[in-house]
Design a protein around this ligand. Structure first.
Ligand code: ZN
Length: 294
């Protein structure tokens, strides 16, 4: 491949694949197609493309290898996709109960705008819970699981404690329900976040140029996976990096982050899925005694 072709590919991956997924979701909702008939197809297609890109166009060859984390990651992926899709079903059910009273949602706007608005609220909710999770002890214990792997690849976006998954999604769900947002806008917003989390963690050699000042892409997020807790207090955005810029939490880093990732400050974090689910609820003293005995 020539240098020019490589550059074109590097810069076109994000707008074509992520942008294409967003356009497909908006088109489906705008034409009144039930979400169940287009949402899963968009999610599955995006996943297959990311997997293919990670294989053929990786950012780091070392991150392609299973480091004993793949089985745990698959369980996290299945668990959290079930929770997020259950939240979509729950939104549909609750929206039906809520009815049409006191709607303040801009229902007259185009479906595209409604999806953008819903996605902004979901993204802001994720930013707020993520930021709190780096400052509040118990929330950090839930969130540390996300920081523990020794590589950053597409599944890491769903490597999350089940309780943390519920906590991250609940604020936006409650607000959108209270405002009277349509279920299709909420469902599309969740799908957009899901695809973007794959891109944010994707082991893919893509670039976005100045768009990194707007979108929280992998080249920014890899700095959020460095090995010391003190070095990862920033770049919290899931889709947009503008929250970090607006609220003063953007990490002042340039270029490619070191590939040696993980979380040195939590050495006793289990590597298996069940152990990771139980770990935040173990008493700190018991953990520390266990560490001294080891
Ligand atoms: Zn974090």
């Amino acid at each position: 491949m020539t240098a020019i072709a490589a550059r074109v590919l590097r810069y076109s991956i994000y707008p074509v694949v992520f942008g294409g997924a967003v356009v497909a979701l908006i088109a489906g909702a705008t034409h009144g197609v039930p979400y169940a008939r287009f949402g899963p197809i968009v999610l599955l297609t995006s996943t297959m493309v990311i997997i293919a890109l990670e294989r053929w166009w990786p950012h780091a060859r070392a991150w392609q290898r299973d480091q004993g984390d793949a089985a745990t990651d698959v369980l996290h992926l299945v668990g959290n996709v079930v929770v997020s899709q259950a939240s979509v079903a729950g939104f549909v059910a609750l929206r039906g109960i809520r009815g049409e009273q006191f709607i303040v949602w801009p229902s007259h706007a185009s479906m595209a705008l409604q999806i953008v608005f819903a996605t902004l609220l979901v993204d802001l909710g994720l930013y707020a819970v993520h930021r709190a999770s780096h400052g509040i002890g118990f929330l950090w214990k839930l969130h540390a699981i996300h920081h523990s792997p020794r590589r950053v690849y597409w599944v890491n976006g769903q490597r999350r404690h089940l309780v943390h998954e519920l906590m991250e999604g609940t604020p936006a769900l409650v607000v959108l329900l209270a405002l009277g947002a349509p279920a299709s806008a909420y469902a599309c917003a969740i799908a957009i976040v899901t695809v973007h989390l794959m891109f944010q963690h994707g082991n893919v050699d893509y670039r976005v140029g100045p768009l990194r000042h707007v979108f929280a892409v992998a080249e920014l997020h890899r700095w959020h996976h460095q090995r010391l807790w003190r070095d990862v207090q920033g770049n919290y955005g899931a889709i947009l990096s503008i929250w970090d810029r607006a609220f003063g939490t953007a990490l002042q880093k340039q270029g490619d982050a070191p590939l040696d990732v993980g979380m040195d400050d939590e050495p006793d974090l289990p590597t298996d899925w069940a152990g990771q689910q139980l770990w935040p609820f173990r008493r700190r003293r018991a953990r520390e005694v266990g560490r001294q005995e080891a």
